[in-house]
Design a protein around this ligand. Structure first.
Ligand code: FES
Length: 128
């Protein structure tokens, strides 16, 4: 069902874990399959200097999050928002049709984390 590339990334995922006291947290899930992704980020001067993920889900979800986190590490927040699930799919190669949404979930996790960060920044700026 899965390509060799997906299995290879799944077996050796990058950026797995949780950043303590993160600057941003993104958590998303898919109600149909029940998979959950959580991203934590360290952000300095609008640049994602570190990102870790914990994905409770399928092989494609874990491989997608691994690829996505590799893509966005070192990027500015605006640049990270331009990375799409299609970029992830291009790396993964052949993905079963019913697993495309796993890559979408990875993109949503990034958006969720960045929104979380920007909301916190707004609140901090209001109190200044
Ligand atoms: S099956 Fe739903 S995220 Fe993979």
């Amino acid at each position: 069902m899965y390509s060799e590339k997906i299995i290879e990334i799944f077996k050796n995922p990058q950026n797995v874990g949780y950043i303590k006291k993160p600057d941003a947290i993104g958590k998303v899930g898919n109600v149909r399959c029940g998979d959950i992704m959580e991203l934590t980020m360290r952000i300095e001067d609008d640049v994602i200097t570190d990102v870790k993920f914990r994905t409770f889900g399928c092989v494609a979800a874990i491989a997608s999050t691994s690829v996505m986190t590799d893509f966005i590490k070192g990027k500015t927040l605006d640049e990270a928002l331009l990375v799409t699930n299609n970029d992830v799919l291009n790396i993964l190669g052949e993905v079963p049709q019913n697993k495309i949404h796993c890559s979408v979930l990875a993109q949503e996790a990034v958006v969720s984390a960045i929104n979380n960060y920007r909301l916190k920044q707004k609140k901090i700026n209001k109190t200044k």
